[in-house]
Design a protein around this ligand. Sequence first.
Ligand SMILES: Cc1cc2nc3c(=O)[nH]c(=O)nc-3n(C[C@H](O)[C@H](O)[C@H](O)COP(=O)(O)OP(=O)(O)OC[C@H]3O[C@@H](n4cnc5c(N)ncnc54)[C@H](O)[C@@H]3O)c2cc1C
Length: 373
Amino acid sequence: MRVAVIGGGVVGLSIAWTLSRDHTVTVLDPQPGRGASFAAAGMLAPAGEAWYGEDDLLRAGLDSLGRWPEFAADVAAASGVDPWLRREGTLLVGATEDDAADVDRVVTLLETHAVPTRRLARREARAAEPALAPGVRRTVEVPGDLSVHNRRLIDALGAACATRDVRTVGAAADVDIDAGRAVGVRLRTDRSRVTADLVVVAAGCGLAGVGGVPGGIRDAVRPVKGQILRLRSSYPLVTRTVRARVDGFPVYVVPRRDGEIVLGATTEEQGYDQRVTVDGVHDLLRAGIAVVPGLRECALTETLARLRPGTPDNAPLVGPTSTEGLVVAGGHYRGGVLLAPLTAAAVEAYVDGSVPPAAASALHPARLEGAVR
Ligand SMILES: Cc1cc2nc3c(=O)[nH]c(=O)nc-3n(C[C@H](O)[C@H](O)[C@H](O)COP(=O)(O)OP(=O)(O)OC[C@H]3O[C@@H](n4cnc5c(N)ncnc54)[C@H](O)[C@@H]3O)c2cc1C
């Protein structure tokens, strides 16, 4: 089949690379890899995102986490670019008694999903991560979590796509509909057409504005702003991802192999605003330093804001729509990097007419579109 993929973020590129095994793929994006995927901390950490009432999303995250080691190895082998998968796991940290109670609630939920966790005594926590503030009230280890370098991953996926002759077109596009069926895409630059047997829309927040996508799906996606900082330490400050709550404010510290430390992220309902604000940077630094005081010594190398594609139930929309020939893969909110391998496997199954992974069934867009499955 000829497949057109609108959007070249981590989701679109993962789909393009996976589909290009058996199909001829074109990716359309005016700025590939510069959307939310450019900001992402790269945590592959369903446990840290787990919350009550979102069991289907947690199951999807755990399924995708299990796919990551092979996915990362395959992308690295195909591209020659190592996305720096880290296996040191996560520490869930509660700074105050109230924060510790929140961590305990998450751990109870994780236990119902058989996710291994281990509560660390204060001395154990300090031994595991000496940079952790001595006064934190709760530390729980989640050894199964992974992380990846988001930008190396994007580069790797782009290079892997190139090895399979995926064509990239640097333009925004809408779905071209003829007689109620997707027949390709239409470029916004010159209105020219690229014909395709199947169109996949993986436009992140842009999904809300892609012409030809059913209204129920477009209306379901909203921007959720995230401000995030990149720091640099001259020595390894932490080895695990630290996900903390500080007076109710969630913050994470994600180490990279080269001394970079990612400190994130705010969650703001501000429409399409992508400004970095004094308040956002201040909140992140204050909370980060409260749990890892040594962050004070780091160089602040980057401040950035991007928009997460949020949905009403926080789960992505992955699957065929009521429009023939049109598949969506969007609304990945806080977990697009984590969920990329599952999303790509599900889209491949929908395209090839095979059975999609069970964990993907709850992500079907029909739940919001009202489309027939
Ligand atoms: C601060 C922050 C931290 C995050 N941390 C994590 C994390 O640690 N782990 C995790 O799993 N997730 C994380 N996320 C979420 C994750 O970044 C997103 O879920 C993921 O990047 C979504 O990928 P995407 O490819 O759908 O969207 P994007 O990366 O936004 O890509 C969409 C692409 O579509 C293109 N596009 C839009 N409209 C059109 C159009 N009409 N035609 C052509 N192209 C179009 C855009 O140019 C863009 O390149 C984070 C997000 C933020 C903002």
